[in-house]
Design a protein around this ligand. Structure first.
Ligand code: NAD
Length: 260
């Protein structure tokens, strides 16, 4: 379905981003993976995409804190593959603390990585997508784009922001064959979720089991984590012809969390 297309997925060295990159590759797209991590592991991840799916995969080390590196990543991908047809703005970090103790430098980093990086990526890909009359921009938002939880001020602000960015750009490019949507997962079991458990234990004075049951899955009526494959499946659907009329949509996939 995505043969001859190129997808750039930010934050795809692990978790949801890697799941999306592999799912696009399975559909025949060449992919640019990006993110932090151990160089040997990243190279193994890149090679596995090529050998599992017979596509070309390249790695960009662009740091989402740095607008110039984001612009360069898109420019390099366009040169290497001829186009960037799909952009998934997925890189994200979390920090959990009461607002009065929230380190300002964490606030700045979360806003930069979880929100501003999407703006920089979008402004770099839109001209090429407009020229070709086709594009898919998918922002990994969160249930926290729709509702809040305590102790996550920066994350919730950034994710609400990305919902606004999604809708605004969708309107601007609506007649250009480009769709812009946000996926809002509930809790997905990835390194990002695992890493916030110790701070949540501290902030709420709870055990690990209590955090999983009473904080994480308490929010999700299904009492099950969303899976990376389910999120990646929605991303692939958004790139299909059946989804051509879906744009500006803020799409929960959260086990019923935001139905409360
Ligand atoms: P993850 O920690 O597995 O992946 C995050 C990715 O972002 C990694 O590849 C990491 O290297 C990359 N990254 C972090 N800082 C970066 C930087 N400065 N520059 C470039 N890359 C950077 O986490 P995940 O759960 O897969 O999260 C992916 C996205 O999904 C995030 O935007 C997150 O907010 C969102 N999300 C996750 C969940 C969940 O429950 N896991 C729920 C809703 C939304």
């Amino acid at each position: 379905m995505l043969a001859n297309k190129t997808a750039v997925v930010t934050g795809s060295t692990s978790g949801i981003g890697l799941g999306c990159a592999r799912a696009f590759a399975q559909q025949g797209a060449n992919v640019v993976i990006n993110g932090l991590g151990d160089a040997d592991e990243i190279e193994a991840t890149r090679k596995a995409i090529e050998s599992d799916f017979g596509v070309k995969a390249v790695y960009s080390a662009a740091n989402m804190l740095n607008p110039d590196e984001i612009t360069d990543m898109i420019g390099t991908a366009e040169k290497e593959f001829g186009s960037v047809d799909i952009l998934v703005n997925n890189a994200g970090i979390q920090h959990v603390a009461p607002v009065e103790d929230f380190p300002p430098e964490k606030w700045d980093a979360i806003l930069a990585i979880n929100l501003s990086s999407a703006f920089h990526g979008i402004r770099a890909v839109v001209p090429g997508m407009k020229k070709r009359g086709w594009g898919r921009i998918i922002n990994t938002a969160s249930a926290h784009a729709l509702v809040a939880s305590p102790f996550k001020s920066a994350y919730v602000a950034a994710k609400h922001g990305i919902a606004g960015l999604t809708k605004t750009v969708a309107l601007e490019v609506a007649e250009s064959g480009i769709t812009v949507n946000a996926i809002c997962p509930g809790y997905v079991w990835t390194p990002l979720v695992e890493a916030q458990i110790p701070d949540t234990m501290k902030a709420r004075n709870m055990t690990e089991e209590q955090v999983k049951r009473d904080v994480l899955l308490a929010a999700q009526p299904t009492k099950e984590f969303v899976t990376v494959d389910q999120v990646a499946g929605l991303a692939v659907f958004l790139c299909s012809d059946h989804a051509s009329s879906m744009t500006g949509s803020i799409l929960p996939m959260d086990g019923g969390w935001t139905a409360h």
